[in-house]
Design a protein around this ligand. Sequence first.
Ligand code: C2O
Ligand code: CU
Length: 579
Amino acid sequence: MSTGSVIAIDFLIAVLAAAGWLGSGAAAAARRRPVALGLAAFAVLATVARAVTVTLLARAGWWFAAEKLLIAAPLSLTAVVVAGWRLLRARGDIRSAAVALLFAGYADSSALLVTVLHGYPVSAGAGLLAVAGVVAATAVSWRLLGPRPSRAVSRTTLAVAVVALVAGTGLAAAPSAAPGVSHRHGQQAAPSVGEPTKRYVLTAATATVTVSGQRVAAWAFDGQVPGPELSATVGDVLEVTLRNKDITRGVTLHWHGYDVPNSQDGVPGITQDAVLPGQEFVYRFRADQAGTYWYHTHSVSDVGVRMGLYGVLVVRPAPPSGVDRVIAAHTLSSVSLPEPVQETVPEGSPVRLRLINTDSATHRYALAGTPFQVAAIDGMDLAGATPLTDTAISIPAGGRYDLVFTAPATPIALSVDNRVVYSTGAASTSSTSWPVLDPLGYGTAAAPPWTHYDKDFTLVLDRGLDLHGLLPRYAHTVNGAADPDIPPQIVHLGDTVKFTIVNRSLVVHPWHLHGHHVLVLSRNGKAATGSPLWLDSFDVRPGEVWEVTFKADNPGMWANHCHNLAHAEQGMLLHLMYA
Ligand code: C2O
Ligand code: CU
């Protein structure tokens, strides 16, 4: 069973245990003896079952079980002892056990709240707040249901609740020792005059575009979604002038996966100001990385990209020979792009299909009718790519796979989520049952370029309550904090850096670091065995632990975030900063 499913099952059992105790308490208060006993027995069983799930989680990593072992376990055990003891003594009137049973319910519920609202890392503040909640709720139940407690008992209860509440709040609200994020500008790109320059002008504007026969409102570059395809040959200088006609929330161009100098990275508030209506910004950088990339606005990026402010960037080592097509999957106002293309390809022609996922969710691609190789992922060539047949490809948000093959005599068809988007004739194959390629085991391995890490960062991805600003929000968090409160990761030029990325949440997080490709070391403790994988976008699924490394060789301040752009908007974004 995957750690992701254990996380989900553990959560479900925890809810059942809490509900069991609360129900039992309510039944006891209503003097419904059999119901109360039945629910209490059920709650005890659920608590026992949790011993199994929490042990499994602890085995998968401390970050998955920390608050469960430190807060939930003691609270649940106290609950069983207190409620069990009262039940055994409540021979006559079951109502006398009601408060103890409710106490057990409050204890389990507050432990559950710690997991849902606070998560990892556990803190003494969260523990104390949980205890304060339990004591307060029990005291109220006691007043309503129990025998009149003596004054001394009431006072002690009140004192415990108040002390725990005050201490807990104090600890929870204490400022963390995070250094402030300072704005700085990276080195200017300095392509010298006289180099071959490819020039483009992109104008962002609101537009109505026709996709698959439907007219939809969009934000578009040059009136089209996706925007114009930009291409260059290695060695060119790319000069792209961005103009904003009427996108009031501003526009920038971020070169997704292209490790440009920091000043050209297009992150508003960090590397430049957003380009407002009537303004323009000129991006200039050397196209020294061949491969499949894409560009998109980074200003209100969730809405902006969804509305259509994105396009393709392809840098080729030489002018293309054979068939070279880009297929960018996107969802525009619930219409799936691209529109299907069919063309005739002479048998024997070399074909390269550049698959891109510009959505915020993972897509499944399948190429039927021919063996193929995955030549590159995220713009980086793979070593020792072997032919694949009847194998599907899963591309994370932002990711790219280049598939190559020699055109067969019979038609081929490429589908995205079972919808054919590119074909060379009527091919009919069902690919739904195909296994999905695991890139960590594909191609030929090579020794890692370094085995010592100067910096080692852990990023635990989760959800939690975030009290930044006036409105509390249920944020997507990294190490318990949400943007802009996540401390930046500080590195020095030349450092070898390791990230351990852990997903304790119930949803997938496609991770994306700007300005650098990272080399995958391992997933869930198992070393990658295939071709060295240098990625800029990778799915960290629920319960997964990824270890990746990179060399800090591109100075500046870089966004490091989840590429489910709604998650990034809701807090899952931090910065990598060169000291
Ligand atoms: Cu493609 Cu910061 O994003
Ligand atoms: Cu995410």
